[in-house]
Design a protein around this ligand. Structure first.
Ligand SMILES: Cc1cc2nc3c(=O)[nH]c(=O)nc-3n(C[C@H](O)[C@H](O)[C@H](O)COP(=O)(O)O)c2cc1C
Ligand code: SF4
Ligand code: SF4
Length: 383
């Protein structure tokens, strides 16, 4: 029997699938429901913003990103929790805890680290939190919060030091995917005493324009989430896992058990899910946990540790790959239908359909792999 329980920086979770900070955890009652539906842990909407941010737009703040009719992501214009700190402390965290899943309380980083630490301590003093997640990564604020703190390793370290001095629970830092230098940021957090890294928040985005009116659909920079951002956030998780020895929680575009496995294979110990829960409901927690368990049983993995990080050993650089022996396209004529897709996408004129069958020219082929990626019947190999 596969065991999907995990130890995340000293916090024991029945499964590694955690509700991320966001809409589904806006108050205690909704957090409790997520726990009852099988979430391994709960991250409430980020607690403790300055009073002027205790509200978010109620002018329509979400829109789906589509390619044709296919939905690939979502942009939202939400800041932090709209409930005051006192309400979380007096009521909401207690109700959330009734669900039985550990609470990883997300705290808004204030430009003054001592203020962040003060909020973290008040939350911890309730006795309902098992861990603090410091949010230095909200992509929306224009003032000096969110990713304006999270882009600077020095500011990140100051936040962690202040929070660590104030509380004795483990502390994670939630990074932004909007910067290339995740290793530096993750290392700075680790050296300052962070117990874990949460990677990552949403990607900063601008939704789009109604071309008939020339008006922006969502007239502010927002947070891009959902399946489309997964390659970006997966990159951040791999970078954080390679750069540090502390556990990493992966977030971004998780919608299936396969995504969960991918994150674990690039080094995540736990994962968080937000958009998939908003789109498909609370059944997502059980679906992902059951899928993860079945996968592990099929592969003979007894524990998550058995396959955590296994994909990282193949991670190299583009420079190194450029030195390797080139491959070229080869067509399986039995499978080829002569559709011509490969000919259209080849920038090197190296593959042509002749008498109903694609023929690759080894001399011209540059080994890019685009024809293989597009072939609808998997008739092309790179050899
Ligand atoms: C509507 C919405 C509100 C969010 N609010 C917060 C927040 O208050 N604090 C935070 O750290 N992240 C917040 N996030 C970011 C998510 O926690 C998560 O990092 C991001 O959406 C990527 O994961 P996903 O693709 O599974 O949604 C929010 C995301 C959404 C969609
Ligand atoms: S895309 Fe595939 S099926 Fe279509 S012509 Fe090329 S090899 Fe044949
Ligand atoms: S691998 Fe690239 S260069 Fe070679 S045939 Fe296919 S598309 Fe053309």
């Amino acid at each position: 029997m596969a065991d999907i329980s995990v130890d995340f920086a000293g916090v024991k979770l029945a499964n590694p699938i955690i509700l991320a900070s966001g809409g589904p955890g806006w108050d205690g009652e909704h957090l409790k429901r997520c726990a009852k539906a099988g979430a391994g842990g709960l991250v409430p909407k980020s607690i403790g913003p300055p009073a002027r941010w205790l509200q978010h737009p109620r002018t329509g703040r979400m829109a789906l990103v589509k390619v044709g009719k296919t939905v690939i992501g979502m942009i939202n214009l939400e800041l932090f929790s709209t409930l005051p700190l006192e309400q979380w402390i007096e009521k909401e965290l207690r109700i959330a805890a009734e669900g039985g899943a550990p609470i990883i309380a997300s705290v808004v980083a204030d430009p003054e680290p001592a203020n962040t630490a003060k909020v973290a301590k008040q939350v911890v003093d309730t006795g309902y939190a098992s861990m603090i997640e410091v949010n230095v990564s909200c992509p929306m604020p224009v003032e000096k919060v969110g990713m304006h703190i999270g882009r600077d390793p020095k500011l990140v370290a100051e936040q962690i030091k202040a929070v660590k001095e104030a509380i004795s629970l483990p502390v994670s830092i939630k990074l932004s995917p909007n910067f290339a230098y995740i290793p530096e940021l993750a290392k700075a957090a680790e050296q300052a005493g962070a117990d874990a890294i949460t990677a990552t928040n949403s990607v900063q985005g601008l939704y789009g324009v109604d071309v008939e009116t020339g008006k922006l659909v969502l007239p502010a920079f927002g947070g891009y989430s959902g399946p489309a951002i997964r390659p970006i956030t997966l990159r951040c998780v791999a970078q954080a896992a390679r750069a540090t020895k502390i556990p990493v929680c992966g977030i971004g575009g998780i919608s299936s058990w396969r995504d969960v496995v991918e994150y674990i294979m690039v080094g995540a110990t736990t994962v968080q899910v937000c958009t998939a829960v908003m789109w498909r409901g609370l059944g997502v927690f059980k679906e992902l946990a059951d899928g993860l368990k079945s996968f592990m049983e099929r592969k003979g993995y007894e524990r998550i540790e058995d396959f955590r990080g296994i994909a990282l050993k193949d991670l190299t650089t583009v420079e190194e790959l450029a030195q390797r022996k080139p491959v070229h396209a080869s067509v399986n004529e039995d499978l080829c239908t002569g559709c011509g897709v490969c000919e259209r996408v080849c920038s090197y004129d190296a593959i042509k359909v002749v008498e109903g069958n694609a023929k690759a020219n080894q001399e011209l082929c540059d080994g890019c792999g685009l024809c293989k990626a597009w072939c609808p019947v998997e008739a092309i190999d790179l050899i």
